[in-house]
Ligand binder design. Structure first.
Ligand code: 6PG
Length: 470
């Protein structure tokens, strides 16, 4: 057996196969392994030009790789990753490298890195974003953990990644499970942006009574401006896709219950653990969960009082909605980046937000024109306390706030649910409130539980006798 392949992929589903084809295009000698014969056939077919071949036998696959071996796993996150690693390890040699590129939970990645390093195997987690197209023609990649191991594959990943202004959309993220953590937060932002677009669709469809062609035209117009982003791009295209069965548009026959695989939920869970608020991302997670109560929603839609009111002054509302969408996008990134900042301190990830916003500018699902501004903000001030602290973001916020408020008011007074828009503006208002009403919360806590409070005019911890005057 020739042991001369530079890298091997385990898992030849669409993502694994496309990434392998991408590597072969860039001139790397790569191979793959999959238990499923059909996947091997597909690899051979799609990789004909490069005479790509995969293995059905794990032993043969392992023997075909040059030493130290570099093996990428692209298998479903969860217990499958552990079982693949368990099968693999007895066949490996010291210093071989395993890279988990699925959407693994960051705590699993930490555990696996520790277990494998005890056996002399290098392991690191690398989030990949960009879906099938990205994997094939240039994804954004977030590797974190064993730096030396990453450096042994760095030229391959830099070659296959998306490029923006010539810069690769891959960079070493930091120690530990930081790569998977950053990918998880990327997905949290993705959830928020998708929900904001869904709310925008609702406002256009049920508020302005726009048909699908009008929605397409408006999204298309917006996507040529500052809202330009991968998610808006694909969203607009959805409003052109026909359904073969009905002859209408496919979007109109899709059931309104959203599924999820967990990365959004994990982002919310971690944010609560770290006590770092990301309400717009949380709302996006909750809204997918609420959507599953279809029968209850249908029943309540018939029984709860509601008078439908149309939004008037269409042209003006379109302008305001563009501003609101931009505001909500800024806020979604702001929350995700703030969480990264906090996690970096808590988990010692040494995250560089400038670098992260740089590699998110291309290849990934949340790539957007706005990320260039965010990258510039962190370039100017690497320790920016919050995205809202940046002056150029502040001047944009000033312009778009009145429109954002008008949209939120119109939606609420018309009874159109806008969980993410509403939470985004409230998040903004909470952060620009120097004196919040939470002095009352502290008073209540001390009143019924003697939990003490601090004063604004004197240092120390105080407790009051709240019943003294009663
Ligand atoms: C990406 C995507 C990708 C995938 C999500 C979808 O960055 O390429 O985020 O990872 O599409 O896992 O997540 P849900 O199934 O939870 O929506």
């Amino acid at each position: 057996m020739n042991n001369n392949y530079t890298l091997g992929m385990i898992g030849l589903g669409t993502m694994g196969r496309n990434l392998l084809l991408n590597m072969a295009d860039k001139g790397f000698r790569v191979t793959g392994y999959d238990k499923d014969e059909k996947m091997l056939k597909k690899l051979e077919e799609d990789g004909k030009a490069h005479q790509l071949k995969g293995f059905e036998s794990l032993e043969d696959f392992i023997k075909s790789l040059e030493l130290p071996r570099r093996i990428v796993l692209l298998v479903p996150a969860g217990p499958i990753v552990d079982s693949v690693i368990a099968e693999l390890v007895p066949l490996l040699d010291k210093d071989d490298v395993i890279i988990d590129s699925g959407n693994s939970h960051f705590t699993d990645t930490s555990r696996r890195a520790k277990e494998l390093s005890e056996q002399g195997i290098h392991f690191f987690g690398m989030g990949i974003s960009g879906g099938e197209e990205g994997a094939r023609f240039g994804p954004s990649m977030m590797p974190g953990g064993d730096k030396t191991a990453y450096e042994s594959v760095q030229p391959i990943f830099e070659a296959v990644s998306a490029k923006v202004n010539g810069d690769p959309c891959v960079a070493y993220i930091g120690p530990g499970a930081s790569g998977h953590f950053v990918k998880m937060v990327h997905n949290g932002i993705e959830y928020a942006m998708m929900q904001i677009l869904a709310e925008t669709y609702d406002l256009l469809k049920n508020g302005l009574k726009y048909n699908n062609d009008q929605i397409y035209a408006l999204f298309n117009k917006w996507n040529n401006g500052r809202l330009k982003s991968f998610l808006l791009e694909v969203t607009k295209d959805i409003f052109k896709v026909k359904d073969e069965k009905t002859g209408g548009l496919l979007i109109d026959v899709i059931k309104d219950e959203a599924k999820s695989k967990g990365t959004g939920k994990w982002t919310t869970q971690v944010s609560v653990d770290l006590q770092l608020p990301i309400p717009t991302i949380n709302e996006a997670v909750s809204t997918r969960d609420l959507s599953k109560f279809k029968a209850l929603r249908v029943a309540l839609a018939n029984s709860l009082p509601h008078e439908a009111i149309h939004i008037k002054d269409t042209a003006n509302f379109e302008v305001q909605l563009e501003q609101a969408l931009y505001f909500a996008m800024i806020t979604s990134y702001a929350q995700g980046l703030h969480l990264l900042e906090q996690a970096s301190t808590e988990f010692k990830y040494e995250l560089n937000l400038k670098k992260i916003s740089q590699i998110w500018r291309g290849g990934c699902i949340i790539r957007a024109e706005l990320l260039e501004d965010i990258f510039q903000a962190y370039t100017k001030q690497p320790k920016l306390p919050h995205l809202y602290s940046d002056e150029s973001i502040q001047s944009q916020l000033k312009d778009i706030l009145p429109g954002t408020r008008a949209v939120v008011i119109a939606a609420i007074s018309n009874g159109i649910a806008i969980p993410c828009y509403a939470s985004a503006i409230t998040y903004y208002d909470s952060f620009r409130t120097a004196n919040s009403p939470l002095n009352l919360t502290q008073a209540q806590r001390d009143f019924f539980g003697a939990h003490t409070f601090e004063r604004i005019d004197e240092a120390g911890i105080f407790h009051a006798d709240w019943n003294a005057n009663n």
